[in-house]
Design a binder for this molecule. Structure first.
Ligand code: ZN
Ligand code: ZN
Length: 399
């Protein structure tokens, strides 16, 4: 068991059998986990190993094939190879992560900071919830008439103030095409310096005023979102805000329901999708279809759903999450490559959710794939379960 215990840095890689020549599972780098499998003819000779991984990792390592085969030849054992391998991934992933967090490490315009600080002074520092380390993204918390916090985000381009910030608000908004704003700017001495450039004609404060004036139109949507956030167990978005008009909520035995609100008519029938074991969710789908005419647009969406589906959505408690959590029964994670578990055990007593790729890898050890579909037994209750080969699951070979 030497090799196995050596893999303690990679606890999600599990040997497929006692020969310790094949390992599969996940490699986790930063907040990402990648499906990964390595197989060798002989555990002492890892230079002959073959690697399989998911599409995302494959794309990431597209130019690293040579270095990977070099490392395979040079590494003394599997563990030292995996360390090298994860460093290669790390180097590749860092720029991607940096890009995801912030797109601008570019040098900034010399008057950037002066203008930005003037803008923030005008807004009031107490409304600033967050400024990123590059001073290029700001979260401003606004309040509506019911004292609810509405976060808006300003992405400031490096050319600011000669280029316009991008504002992310609950509805589209921009610095452009606002005559009233332009008129006011002409009287504004501070901005006179830059009106010559004809680029930046707004001020944050005016955009904020414009956004706040729109808030009244969204009260009904926000009442509904608030009602879900305080009275149900919301699993998506992970940190729900009033910016996202959708909620995925958990209800009994690993099942969930996703609701996407109609923004214009928030109390009308939303778009509804069920996730869960068929024997549990099929009757609910039937009920919804049969009784949809009982939907009363005077009521909140949650109340309508509970009445039509004849269920009461559980509140967010640690026990509801522990017993009936939405996470995958194999990797115990919720998101894997951005996907939530979508295969469910059809034994109503079990109803466990699995990621397609996790279940596929698991079932592959038990049986072989027949025309893309693989059959086996649920790891929890041994009930028959099947899945298909994930589309992005490709074999990668190293010679
Ligand atoms: Zn999983
Ligand atoms: Zn099961």
């Amino acid at each position: 068991m030497n090799n196995f215990s050596n893999l303690k840095l990679f606890p999600l890689l599990i040997p497929e059998d006692q020969t310790l020549t094949k390992f599969s599972g996940f490699i986790q780098i930063y907040n990402k986990s990648f499906n990964f499998r390595i197989s060798m003819k002989n555990p002492q000779k890892i230079s002959t190993a073959k690697i399989q991984c998911n599409k995302e990792l494959e794309n990431l390592l597209i130019d690293s094939k040579e270095i990977i085969s070099k490392r395979l030849k040079e590494s003394e054992n599997l563990n030292s190879f995996l360390l090298e391998f994860s460093q290669i991934i790390q180097q590749k992933i860092e720029p991607v992560l940096r890009n995801e967090i912030n797109t601008s490490f570019q040098p900034k315009n010399p008057i950037y900071f002066q203008f930005l600080f003037d803008e923030i002074n005008e807004i009031g520092w107490e409304k600033i919830q967050l400024i990123d380390e590059n001073l290029s993204k700001i979260q401003i918390n606004l309040k509506d008439s019911k004292n609810r916090t509405i976060p808006i985000f300003a992405q400031i381009p490096p050319e600011f103030p000669f280029a316009k910030p991008i504002i992310e608000a609950p509805f589209p908004v921009s610095f452009e095409n606002d005559e009233e704003m332009e008129e006011e700017n002409q009287q504004n001495t501070r901005n006179e310096k830059i009106t010559k450039n004809q680029n930046y004609k707004g001020s944050f404060q005016k955009v904020i005023n414009k956004i706040t004036r729109e808030f009244d139109k969204y009260q009904d949507l926000w009442d509904n979102l608030d009602d879900f956030d305080s009275n149900t167990c919301v699993i998506e978005p992970e940190n729900p805000t009033l910016l996202e008009p959708s909620r995925k909520i958990l209800f009994g035995k690993h099942c969930s329901i996703q609701i996407v609100f109609n923004i214009k008519f928030p109390r009308s029938v939303p778009s509804i999708k069920f996730f869960g074991s068929d024997p549990i969710i099929l009757p609910l789908k039937e009920l919804l279809k049969k009784d949809i005419n009982k939907w009363d647009p005077k009521n909140l969406v949650r109340k309508n759903l509970e009445e039509i589906l004849k269920i009461e959505f559980p509140k967010k408690t640690s026990s509801s999450l522990n017993d009936f959590g939405p996470e995958c029964g194999i990797c115990f994670g919720y998101q894997n490559d951005g996907k939530s578990p979508d295969i469910f055990c059809s034994n109503i007593q079990c109803a466990r959710p699995f990621h397609n790729s996790c279940l596929y890898l698991y079932l592959k050890f038990q049986s072989s794939d027949e025309f893309g579909t693989i059959y086996g037994k649920c790891p929890y209750c041994s009930h028959e379960i099947q899945t298909t080969k994930p589309i992005d699951f490709q074999e990668k070979k190293q010679d």
